[in-house]
Design a protein around this ligand. Sequence first.
Ligand code: NAD
Length: 464
Amino acid sequence: MTILEATPVQDIPDVVKRLRTTFGSGRTRSADWRREQLGRLTAMLRERESEFANAINRDLGRAPAEAYTTEIGFTTAEADHARRNLSRWMRPERVSPPLVVQPARARVHREPVGVVLIIGPWNYPVQLVLAPLVGAIAAGNCAVLKPSEVAPHASRTLARILPEYLDPDAVAVVEGAVPETTALLAERFDHVFYTGNGAVGRIVMEAAAKHLTPVTLELGGKSPAIVDRHADVAVAARRIAWGKYVNAGQTCVAPDYVLVDAQLEDALLDRLRESVHQFYGADPRRSPDYARIVNDRHFERLQRLARDGEIVYGGEHDAASRYFAPTALRNVPVGASVMQEEIFGPILPVIPVADVTAAIDFVNEREKPLALYLFSESQAVQERVVEETTSGGVALNATMMHLAVAELPFGGVGPSGIGAYHGRAGFDTFSHKKSVLAKPTRIDPPIAYPPYTRLKEALIRRFL
Ligand code: NAD
């Protein structure tokens, strides 16, 4: 079995030092270097797609088509978008100085922050290190990638292939688990970008605080789907089932649970069951398109959570292959664990509510989620939900598709995360916005200099 080859902890300071030397040389700052590296990243994904898809399949049992849409194709599009827009993003942004500073010119100059650390999770093990890398390279930085040890094949494949394509003195892969990540976090970086659970997010932020290093934390939580009285139930069910059961529910923006108008509960459950049947057949275990649970710990956790309600469909599982059927629960007490923890698996609690107001209250009584989904044909209801709830992002009559819009910043709020990326937001995350003011020396009115006369003061008060 291929497993990751942990980077010796004692080598880690030298890896960072090597990258720092490269950054110091200035070569990563040029637009040409950035464009070329982004081009090589896309070439790598195109030429080595099957190796990445195979690794993802071995780690998660995910179908190659899904590995393409959610990881390889997704990241390629992100890199292409960055390459196409790079000149525009890099262009200094002019701002007009106030009268009192005139004559002068002012601009915001975006410069790379330096050497950044990107720590990834296991659920989309390629996309979630490479999409942040796109932002880091576009902004002209050097980067250390630390893929998740929980997806060892993807980690190994990244460590093996990446140096063949990208500047090895500017982008390094460190493989390993807690000891290696701890050693990395002891180093000083100029930005730490972490994707994963909130408990480790706190460890990352604490370590970064020692160096006053800014962080981006892409975390998770319980993302609700609301199915309003005015919803097209068949479409809602299909899109919720897709969002929930892709990657066997192991997706940070999967709809975690559904709040359905009580009048539609039965219809929605029927349609969800039909959608599962359409997607994965009568026995999803035999479907090549249905993924597996990543490890025994998560499998056991899901077995426990499935006991928290009445199983409407699914529930079957097999420990040997870590198969867990697409499952829906009803009659779930809101205090049960399945409604307290992030499920991160193919179990969908369906909770009836009186109306959309009750759904909004339910969401607002809980932690701010990473994503919120609303199914409703009513414009008024759509506007209410957008205005009256807080979440990292919202998709109306869709699940997860907002991530595919490169110019929509992707990130959480409160416990679901700090900061955002994708498209321009990723470029900005890894850039320092430097203020630049330039004054000519031809004229130098004495108004601002002492001694302050009454006339000068009057003028200053007038113009400041
Ligand atoms: P994980 O276990 O792979 O951990 C993430 C990373 O943290 C790994 O690289 C791991 O090596 C490192 N790590 C683990 N323990 C550590 C420690 N004690 N010190 C330092 N580093 C440590 O992944 P996970 O946390 O199980 O991922 C699932 C979570 O991530 C879910 O909560 C999910 O919602 C969230 N997630 C968020 C996004 C997003 O984009 N917002 C995407 C995917 C997953």
